[in-house]
Design a protein around this ligand. Structure first.
Ligand SMILES: Nc1ncnc2c1ncn2[C@@H]1O[C@H](COP(=O)(O)OP(=O)(O)O)[C@@H](O)[C@H]1O
Ligand SMILES: [Mg+2]
Length: 291
């Protein structure tokens, strides 16, 4: 079993720890590159704060998701310490249709706003995990606008070599956002691309295991695309990840497109959705998935 990391493995400065635990600092956003220890730091903070107050984790990492599935932005509540991600129930999720924010900034930012708002409404402490995308113009735009949307009380960056300078520097004079930049602990290990895609596949396999294929009459439902629209041609839609939304425009469940039957005008979707009759919109993502 993995040794449980402690907050003091990350942060030596007691004043920063006090600020993290201070109830006045409700929303705390963690930013850093891939394998910087962001998620582990969130575990350590949540383990302490959830023993004292209602704590939410908002997972904006659409690639290495821990609350909810990859391609989604999700949030969950913790009570009485961090026991493991599998114990955190997803309260709400928003399908972005993508495994990486690059080229898909709009759904990622909209999901960021909607899901964070819900977590903030129901919990006293909100810890926000983010993607490891930190270099290049698209990362800079994404992170800076996420900061605008969330308006966190505290930002903790985990950095190896000042790599967040371009993203963070313009915010240093804001009195409403405190920023602490801390080094990536030397014990943090690199997962690498292969382990990351393996992790995603395992999460999807567990979710879609035993899920039936349902037929949805596409003439009677709304069809939307999270990215650039395509015709409803099977060659283009097969294996696309989709989300099924209800009448309230809330995501109910994810699915995978198995095919389209132009004869009876149905789209065939593998999905564990509970109440298929309540599906009102099929959101077609850009990500494809073969299990
Ligand atoms: N303080 C720590 N002590 C030991 N291992 C750690 C520590 N922080 C992170 N790790 C390990 O390093 C790897 C990357 O950490 P993770 O929190 O997943 O990073 P990120 O969320 O930034 O991608 C993981 O395998 C994790 O178990
Ligand atoms: Mg992570």
């Amino acid at each position: 079993m993995k040794m449980r990391s402690r907050l003091r493995d990350f942060i030596e400065d007691e004043r920063i720890i006090e600020e993290i635990l201070d109830p006045h600092h409700k929303t705390i956003m963690i930013i850093g590159g891939a394998d910087a220890g962001k998620t582990t730091l969130i575990e350590c903070i949540a383990d302490i704060t959830s023993r004292q107050t209602t704590t939410a984790i908002v997972d904006l990492d659409v690639g290495q998701s821990h609350v909810g599935l990859p391609t989604t932005i999700g949030w969950g509540k913790l009570d009485g310490g961090f026991k493991g991600w599998e114990y955190i129930q997803v309260e709400d999720f928003y399908f972005t249709g993508t495994l990486t924010p690059s080229g898909n900034l709009v759904p990622v930012l909209v999901g960021t706003k909607l899901i964070t708002e819900r977590a903030v409404r129901s919990c006293a402490k909100v810890l926000i995990d983010t993607t490891g995308l930190v270099s290049g113009p698209s990362a800079r735009v994404l992170k800076q606008y996420k900061i605008d949307l969330i308006s966190p009380d505290l930002i903790i960056t985990l950095e190896r070599a000042w790599e967040l300078q371009d993203i963070i520097e313009p915010f240093i004079n804001h009195s409403s956002i405190k920023i602490h930049r801390i080094p990536v602990p030397s014990v943090v290990s690199l997962k690498g691309i292969q382990r990351r895609s393996q992790y995603r596949l395992e999460r999807f396999r567990a979710y879609f295991m035993d899920a039936p294929v349902i037929r949805i009459p596409y003439g009677e439902k709304g069809i939307r695309f999270t990215g650039r629209p395509h015709r409803l041609a099977i060659s283009e839609l097969k294996d696309r990840l989709v989300s099924l939304r209800d009448e309230m425009n809330r995501d109910m469940a994810l699915g995978i497109v198995e095919g389209i039957d132009p004869g009876d005008r149905t789209i065939h979707i593998r999905t564990p959705v509970d109440r298929p009759e309540e599906v009102s919109v099929v959101m077609i993502g850009v990500a494809v998935l073969t299990l």
